[in-house]
Every structure is written in structure tokens, then in C-alpha cells.
Design a protein around this ligand. Structure first.
Ligand SMILES: [Zn+2]
Length: 349
């Protein structure tokens, strides 16, 4: 196993006083694993995130808890950072079995209703890809996802919804539950400022750029939400980063600064790439290097190509909201152009 993937090895690693990192496997997923963090107090066992409801994940969870002298039925509460399957669904199955309490941000209510009705995210992403000028990719992704089904039992509502910023007392410990929309509309991070640790979910990840708006009912400007949520976390005292994917690192601020710089650079690049015409998100995405290895869009698998095109679309939409670009239409797809290329500007008539 490479050093990069060492964080995925089964463990219950102490990362702060009374806090353990438990990586749970995500088979067939490029992310490899999701970190569940166990917080132990004299009266309760609380988990940040629950993992994906799969047998392999459940046995790893069992083994990690046993190594600490507990069992899965001892978990009293799951604070879930957002409604993606690798974070939410195992919290629901453990609740069904043992009655743990499940908490989620209210911004993800539309997603819970959508998946709870057994609907797949494929249809909503298909429409968005066609709008982004990537019809071939939309077809490829639909073909690849054929047969993928959503089990409504895994998407039942939480016991309570988080709304706004709230404090959660866990024995002597206080967690600040902070709304951080962007990765999904209902994403939350949990800050234990006294202990200097941030349970960051997928809002701040150490080695990858979190995807934005991969959800069935997205926000109109997910990137704008995400950048505001990064600024919100940057305004807190610096803390250790406890991410949902990847190793624990020492500075939230350092990683937030890198993510802000990345998006600033991408916004400039997108603006440059539409110069001289009306370009769709798919056009622009083919000229941007992807992943740390700098791959071309055509070299990504359909799932990652889908994320890349929709991320580019999010950048272009934000540039429109900032009045740096205008939006037009090209054969049913949205295209984007520099303001001086727009001929039907009513103010210019
Ligand atoms: Zn995740």
C-alpha cells in the first residue's frame, strides 16, 4: 500500500483526547475510505458521520469499536456532516438496529426526500450535463449507471435537523455545529475550539478539492456558497483538520488558503477560456487539466468527467453572478461569453 493510502488501513486511531479516527472501507470508490470519528464521553458515544451501509463497512466498524471496548449498539448519536451515501446510510441502518439518534443539516432535506422516494441522482445529473453541453457524457454516464438503484430504507429522515449555527454539548465538550453549504446544501462542520480540532466532513479535504453541488436538488450557485463557507471556517481560530477522507493534518487555515487560491485561479482560467466566443462548460472543461496528475477531460472515467464538467459549470455561473461573463444559449446548452461579445445587451441598444 502506498504512503498516500496508509490512512485507509483499519484502525481506531486516537487523534485527540477522547477522539478516535475510524476509517471505513468504500469498495469500488476512488475515495477508498471514509473516516468516522468517535467521540467518547462518560455518558455517550457520539460519531461524526456513519459510513456507507455495506457489510464490509459494518464489520470494520464492529472491529474498531471492539478494540476500544465498545460495540456498535453502544453508539448513542450520529452527527452526519451531509447526505451522501458514504456518510449517511450506515447511521440509518445502525439506528434501525439499535436506536441511535441521527442528526443532519436541514439544507439536505430535499436530497433526503429525493433519495427517500427511491430516485437516483443520475436523472438530475443527466439534465444538468446536457445543459452544460456534454450530451455524449450524459449518455455515457447514464449507460454506466444503468441498474444502479436507490434503496429508500437507507434514506429515511434523521431524528433531528440542524438549522443555523448551534452548540451541541457532549459532556464536558462543546461542539459548534456550523452550517457550511457548498459540497452539499446542508453540509455541517463541527468545531471543538477548546480542543483545537475541526471535524470537517467533506468541506475541507487535505489532498483533493471537494466536489461542489453533487446532489439531486442543487443550489443555483454552489461555488458561491462553498467559498463563503470556506471564509467562515477561515475566520475561526486555526485547528487540526479532521477530514472525512484522508489523513489528519495540523492546520485548517493552510488547507483553506490552498482551496481558496485554487478556485481563484480556476475562475481566472475559465474567464480566459471563453474569450472569443460563446463556450459551454463542456468546451471549457476540455481545456483544463484535471486531478493532481493533470489529466485531460477525455481521460477521466464518466463519473469523474461528470464532476469536472459540473464543477466548470459552477465556476462559469459564479462568473456570471459576478458580472464578469454573460450567459447565452447554444443549441439547448448554456454557453458563456465575455460581456463585450454580447450583442443583445438591452443597455447597449
Ligand atoms: Zn464523502
Amino acid at each position: 500500500m502506498s504512503a498516500r493510502a496508509a490512512w485507509t488501513e483499519p484502525t481506531a486511531e486516537p487523534v485527540a483526547e477522547g477522539v478516535f479516527r475510524i476509517p471505513l472501507p468504500l469498495p469500488n470508490d476512488a475515495l477508498r475510505a471514509v473516516n468516522v470519528y468517535l467521540i467518547r464521553t462518560p455518558a455517550a458515544l457520539v460519531c461524526i458521520d456513519g459510513g456507507w451501509a455495506l457489510e464490509e463497512s459494518r464489520s470494520a466498524f464492529d472491529a474498531a469499536l471492539r478494540s476500544l471496548g465498545h460495540e456498535v449498539g453502544d453508539v448513542t448519536r450520529f452527527l452526519v456532516t451531509h447526505a451522501h451515501r458514504d456518510h449517511y446510510t450506515q447511521a440509518v441502518t445502525v439506528r434501525q438496529e439499535f436506536g441511535a439518534r441521527v442528526t443532519l443539516g436541514i439544507g439536505d432535506r430535499d436530497a433526503i426526500e429525493y433519495f427517500g422516494a427511491g430516485r437516483s441522482v443520475v436523472e438530475s445529473q443527466y439534465r444538468r450535463l446536457v445543459q452544460a453541453g456534454a450530451r455524449d457524457l450524459a449518455e455515457a454516464w447514464r449507460t454506466e449507471s444503468a441498474g444502479h438503484s436507490v434503496d429508500p430504507k437507507l434514506w429515511q429522515e434523521p431524528d433531528d435537523w440542524l438549522e443555523g449555527d448551534v452548540e451541541i454539548s457532549l459532556g464536558a465538550r462543546t461542539l459548534a455545529a456550523l452550517a457550511t453549504p457548498g459540497h452539499t446544501r446542508g453540509h455541517y462542520v463541527f468545531a471543538d475550539v477548546a480542543s483545537g480540532v475541526l471535524f470537517a466532513g467533506d468541506h475541507v479535504l487535505p489532498t483533493i478539492t471537494p466536489s461542489i453541488g453533487f446532489e439531486p436538488v442543487p443550489s443555483p450557485l454552489p461555488l458561491s456558497d462553498f467559498l463563503a463557507s470556506l471564509a467562515k471556517v477561515r475566520a475561526l481560530p486555526d485547528m487540526m483538520l479532521l477530514p472525512a477522507h484522508g489523513q489528519v493534518t495540523t492546520s485548517v487555515h493552510q488547507r483553506v488558503d490552498e482551496l481558496l487560491a485554487h478556485h481563484e485561479e480556476r475562475l481566472h482560467r475559465c474567464e480566459e477560456l471563453v474569450a472569443g466566443g460563446c463556450r459551454t462548460a463542456a468546451d471549457v472543461a476540455t481545456e483544463i487539466p484535471w486531478t493532481r496528475r493533470g489529466l485531460a477531460l477525455a481521460d477521466l472515467d464518466p463519473f469523474n468527467a461528470m464532476l469536472a464538467v459540473l464543477e466548470t459549470d459552477a465556476h462559469l455561473r459564479l462568473l456570471v453572478a459576478q458580472r464578469r461573463l454573460n450567459q447565452g444559449a447554444d443549441a439547448g446548452a448554456h454557453c458563456y461569453q465575455l460581456p463585450q461579445w454580447t450583442h443583445d445587451d438591452p443597455e447597449a441598444r
